[in-house]
Design a protein around this ligand. Sequence first.
Ligand SMILES: *Cc1c(COP(=O)(O)O)cnc(C)c1O
Length: 366
Amino acid sequence: MNNHVTVLEIDGKALEHNLNYFKKKLHPNTKTLAVVKAFGYGSDGVQVASFLQDKVDYFAVAYTHEGVALREAGIETPILVLHPQVQNFDQLVANRLEPSIYSFKTLTAFLAYADEALLMNYPVHLKFNTGLNRLGLWHNDIPLILSKLQESKHVKVESIFSHLAASEDHDEKEFTINQINNFAYIVKKIYEHLGYEPMIHILNTSGIVNYPQAQFDMVRLGIGLYGFGNDEKETSQLKNTHVLKSVISQIHMIEPGETVGYNRAFVSKGFSKTATIPIGHADGISRRLGNEKGYVTLHGQKAPIIGNVCMDMIMIDITKIDCKEGDEVYIFKNQQDILHMAEEAETISYEILTAISQRVKRILTS
Ligand SMILES: *Cc1c(COP(=O)(O)O)cnc(C)c1O
């Protein structure tokens, strides 16, 4: 059992608050898909999905094995696999996971598989590229795709979807509207010839905020669920879901001129007091946060990370903080802490959350 003192607490009440915040922006009939890829944005995909299973209509994961983990935990909700690989089709189907068909190659491969496995009306999702140029079927291939689908009773298109490239960026409004219009055109073409009308969806979190008119049948909620909106004002209305905490392992009294950590990166100007915390770059604390770029919080006060971040530890300056060994330390407690880390590490909140390594114990509180 992992009795590590460094713990990531996942706040179930905050997840629910955030889900409801976005649901209020949607029509009552719009379905919600919760994106729980990458361990639920670095939290715990299984615990988050277990907690949300009766509150959302769909889950999405990136890879097949992530979906298998949800099924093994007894989750029955439909699960969309955004990036399935041909070699995992057996596992995918055995676990009733629904593939995103993102290329003509994956379409033919899955149809051949479905034929061989004698599947009937197996749910698949057609993903179209409308400008992100990452994964997606090409609109020029619509006639080919349709003829393939019309030949087959093995699959049923459950949904048609696309992904926006810059839904958070107000300077890219024209581009985004164009993506939405192209998507609507693709859907129209397919609806005309397929013989039935699958669900359609294109919005991620910032899409829900900026383009609610394009919510169609379902939205795919990721980062918003975990407490981050498009801007500070919106984020302040969301609740933080990830709380990363640890304890002081040891305190040192440092003389003037002494140094702390590898390569003697911190040189003490006067008498100072430092604390060593059992979390390091192997746990997802970027080395860029060393040398007073990052901070942790203890007894309500901020203590800078001094010297270089080690693999398993950081040292902090607690000269002015009344504390003792064993005291609790927050690596981050709220969105401001996470956003500060992201800025200092020259990245975005998504990466700070997903970087928290599997060595850190997860606890969901609800
Ligand atoms: C990750 C992902 C999302 C969620 O995006 P957020 O910005 O986190 O809401 C939605 N759709 C697809 C295809 C994704 O890959």
